[in-house]
Design a protein. Structure first.
Lengths: 157, 205
């Protein structure tokens, strides 16, 4: 490929300011002596200028307002989700802390101070385990119910 | 002196933008309004160039801002916000095209389209006759642009209308720089070829 042909390939990109400095210099040096390429690059520049001057279509104000409203609702939902996650984590930590703390209390109540030192299982442990399981299942069911209720209210809104 | 003034304005604009983005990450609705005002025309134009239908572009425009509200906390402030925003819009538009008109992602539509909504807008305050001629030329140019494949059309609009650097375009379309250059050159080639075939002798400034 001759120098002329190589430069010819670069002319469109030159008009788009998309060449490296070395390539741009190559183009400039060539078009100083080549009238054909000089005219050609001018045609590309006219096209590029036309592209830059295309009118900007604008969205209708009602669409912009709708986009703002929908995005604002989404922002609020995202903040709400984040808050829910924090609350849920806090509640879980609290529940586990209460569970762990209540175990020695149950042993103390059911077996006295000596009972606390007894690592073995007894009837109180079974009752405690059943009670804890019921509480956790009820809590989970309530959380699911509230979440579904909230989702339904949001879809109605 | 002019260079210093324009650099100062650009710096102010960048600082303002960074502050608006940071505020939006904290859920500030005023920042959402400010960013919408800042980007509404450019974003809508980009989406319209991609999908060509105003009704679809309007819908995608809204979806884009909803997605921005959803993802803004994941935005890394080290990244260029404009590139991030246009990437969000592009992903939504490409998903839409893939679902509605998968063929449009590969091939241009044959023939010249009729009057396009892209052409309905006024140009600047030049003499009336010049204005009419400019509008006609711009309309033809916009129509020819619509005939390009999406991949070339989007690179052309990002380069010439959004005035993005090649690196920013590569970031938006998630492609290497060499691909951006290839699409840019092929797009310009095809655009010029279409115009010269349909309107011989016309000057496209």
């Amino acid at each position: 490929m001759s120098d002329h042909e190589k430069v010819r390939e670069l002319l469109a990109l030159s008009a788009a300011d998309a060449l490296t400095r070395a390539e741009e210099e190559q183009v400039m040096n060539h078009i100083r002596t080549c009238a054909d390429c000089s005219a050609e690059v001018d045609r590309w520049r006219l096209l590029a200028a036309g592209m830059r001057r295309l009118p900007t279509p604008q969205p209708r104000p009602v669409i912009v307002e709708r986009a703002r409203a929908r995005a604002a609702i989404r922002l609020a939902e995202e903040a709400e989700h984040r808050w829910h996650r924090i609350v849920m984590l806090g509640v879980i930590l609290f529940a586990w802390a209460m569970t762990l703390i209540s175990w020695p209390v149950v042993k103390l109540v059911s077996g006295g101070i000596l009972g606390m030192l007894d690592p073995g299982l007894n009837h109180a442990w079974i009752a405690f385990a059943i009670f804890t399981t019921i509480v956790w299942i009820s809590g989970g069911a309530a959380a699911v119910f509230l979440s579904l209720q909230q989702r339904r209210e949001r879809s109605l809104a | 002196m002019d260079m210093i003034a324009s650099a100062a304005i650009a710096w102010e604009g960048r600082v303002g933008l960074e502050s608006e983005v940071a505020q939006l990450q904290r859920g500030d609705l005023d920042a959402l309004s400010a960013l919408l005002a800042r980007y509404q025309n450019r974003l809508y134009r980009y989406l319209l160039r991609l999908v060509r239908e105003p009704a679809e572009a309007e819908d995608l425009f809204q979806q884009t801002w909803v997605r921005v509200a959803e993802k803004i906390r994941q935005y890394d402030s080290k990244r260029n916000f404009e590139a991030w925003l246009f990437t969000v819009a592009r992903n939504i538009a490409i998903d839409h095209l893939r679902r509605i008109r998968p063929e449009s992602l590969d091939e241009p539509i044959p023939g010249m389209p009729g009057e396009s909504p892209v052409t309905r807008l006024p140009s600047g305050e030049r003499p009336v006759l010049d204005g009419i001629m400019d509008r006609e030329r711009s309309g033809r140019l916009a129509q020819a642009l619509e005939l390009l494949p999406v991949s070339q059309r989007e690179v052309l609009t990002l380069r010439f209308e959004e005035e993005m650097k090649l690196e920013e375009i590569a970031d938006v379309i998630d492609a290497p720089l060499s691909t951006v250059k290839t699409r840019l050159r092929r797009g310009l080639d095809r655009l010029r070829n279409t115009l010269e075939t349909n309107y011989p002798g016309e000057v496209w400034q």
